[in-house]
Design a protein around this ligand. Sequence first.
Ligand SMILES: Nc1nc2c(ncn2[C@@H]2O[C@H](COP(=O)(O)OP(=O)(O)O)[C@@H](O)[C@H]2O)c(=O)[nH]1
Ligand SMILES: [Mg+2]
Ligand SMILES: [Zn+2]
Length: 349
Amino acid sequence: MAKRKLSTQQKRRVSGKRSKTELSDHNQPRVNDDKSLLGPEQHGLVITSFGKRVLVESDTGETYKCAIRQHLGKLVAGDEVIWQTDMEDNSGVVVSVHPRTHELSRPGFRGQTRMVAANVDFIGVVTPVVPGIHPDMIDRYLVGAKQLDIPVVIIINKVDLIESDEQWEAIAELLEPYDEMGIPLIPASTISNEGLAELRSFMSNKNSVFVGPSGAGKSSLINALIPDLDIRVGKLSEASGLGKHTTTNSILYHLPESQPNLNDGGNLIDSPGIRQFSPMPCSLSELESMYPDFENFLGQCRFNNCTHTIEPACAIKDAVEGGEISYSRFQSFQRLREEFKASELSTNA
Ligand SMILES: Nc1nc2c(ncn2[C@@H]2O[C@H](COP(=O)(O)OP(=O)(O)O)[C@@H](O)[C@H]2O)c(=O)[nH]1
Ligand SMILES: [Mg+2]
Ligand SMILES: [Zn+2]
């Protein structure tokens, strides 16, 4: 990384001398602007953002409150940055951002999207057995994740509440289409600890997030996977100078090693906003491509712009009738198709 030469002004700061203009303007030392004495450029990871600042972790593990050079825009948990320490007050300034591999965003105020995490490369869809598994919700998250090209697992949570074999069978039947698509299904419980080690192994060396409805057990899972979470939250609020409960932005936590010295950490990004993560409206053919279980039947309908609703000789409907495509998957597809069509009409109006 390039070491910058000190500017005349910086040399003056080091030597304690001040220029004529500085002396004559104020008769006292000038307040530092962003040209204060900066350390060498180094790599860092954004842990959380607050207001116009971010908390950046250095490669050696210390956190620094950093300002952001104006042209960089908003940064979020998971961003990889180049930053410099400000020698004078132990804070820092972010000078550039690495291009993001993935941006996870949620709908914000007046149709805008708000970014909630950067560089996420693993999504756990959390679905609780009580009050019940909703395939429609699972499919929305799967489409959203596929649009971003991020791998997913489905976490069937709170399995300690399952009381009978019949209940297990009903759940297995609901989840069969996902199993057939090759999506890992992980039965889990933070009461019995079932599934936690398996889940942990998927998260090694990744930036993960959990999505799912409120009450699904996301926070409980995060607590189970990061045993000293309370202490870490305390340290972060100290470092940022903010109270524990004031931050509504995403926070990145390091996962502990699954075994000592295995060096298989990985990160888990927690955000209150991520549960609302939903697919972006797309065309019919794009939506079709988000349903891998439809693939074998696409292009076989009589009409090549078939919406698979009322058209005769529809290969998709035939496959549903023949039990080759599950009815719940067909339904969720049709709901999303109608929703996307409605949003297209409203934006064109
Ligand atoms: N029986 C059972 N209850 C759980 C489990 N995980 C979470 N819960 C309960 O479910 C409720 C919601 O959990 P929480 O983690 O706050 O869900 P979140 O809204 O997705 O973050 C709480 O009352 C938890 O105690 C589990 O594995 N088994
Ligand atoms: Mg929660
Ligand atoms: Zn069709």
